[in-house]
Design a protein around this ligand. Structure first.
Ligand SMILES: [Ca+2]
Ligand SMILES: [Ca+2]
Ligand SMILES: [Ca+2]
Length: 245
């Protein structure tokens, strides 16, 4: 009985081996295994297409794995002609280039009757100017001695913007314009004078007293201070970017 079992096992293994050699895995026909997409692409939009085929005319199925990256997209069979399958990747969730990697690798699993291959695709996420500049180090308050020399740099305002290129380039201003995005109040007290936060109107003469360098955020004193005449200033600084969003 033991001998018969051994013969049966050997026959079974040979059978599988012959079948594996006669079948061949699916293949992918695609010009590029990468594509670009803007980070504000709509959920559900078609972002990439590829063709797959099987040399044995096997029926193919397509799926994604369960990694975080693969949860970003769905794969759907769009059409088939003969043994050529056309598939599309659809965006499943909103992308974010600013707080996550800008290049992501996707793994499409393609199965025929025996084999499963993994088609690796690189998704390159392009930036969109979708963040406003944000001032840091608030609140902005500082005091000056009334004998501070003219042209002294007296303060620096600073904002950050995570977007790339012109979308992340920040300019500062003490005056509102059509391209101003956000502003913060700034209070300057001349040393030993009281600071009145109740007055929220911009001082009429702040432009004559201070200057702000648009690309650095550095504020300079440009007129002599006089504690007896004016003991505090209140005005706003604005940040703007090249491109409105
Ligand atoms: Ca096959
Ligand atoms: Ca962005
Ligand atoms: Ca921006």
């Amino acid at each position: 009985m033991a001998i018969i079992t051994k013969h049966l096992l050997i026959s079974y293994c040979l059978f599988i081996s012959v079948e594996s050699q006669s079948n061949r895995p699916p293949t992918v026909n695609s010009l590029n295994n990468y594509f670009t997409v803007f980070e504000n692409a709509s959920t559900g939009s078609l972002i990439y297409q590829f063709n797959a085929t099987d040399p044995d005319n096997d029926v193919l199925t397509f799926s994604f794995g369960s990694s975080d990256t693969d949860s970003l997209v769905n794969v759907t069979q769009l059409s088939s002609s003969g043994n050529i399958y056309t598939c599309g990747l659809f965006l499943k969730t909103q992308l974010d280039r600013d707080n996550s990697p800008s290049v992501r690798q996707l793994h499409v699993k393609i199965k025929d009757l025996l084999f499963e291959i993994t088609y690796k695709i690189f998704m390159i996420i392009n930036d969109v100017n979708d963040n406003p500049p944000t001032f840091t180090g608030l609140p902005y308050r500082f005091s000056l001695l009334e004998d501070t020399a003219l042209l002294t740099p007296v303060f620096t305002v600073s904002a950050t913007d995570p977007d790339t290129g012109s979308g992340g380039q920040i300019f500062y201003s003490m005056n509102a314009s059509s391209s101003s995005v956000f502003h913060v109040p700034i209070v300057v007290s001349v040393e030993s004078g009281p600071i009145y936060f109740v007055e929220m109107q911009d001082d009429a003469d702040y432009n004559e007293t201070f200057s702000l360098t648009s690309n650095t955020g550095i504020i300079h004193l440009k007129r002599k201070l006089d504690y007896e005449t004016k003991s505090f200033y209140h005005f706003k600084v604005y940040s703007r970017v090249c491109i409105n969003f």
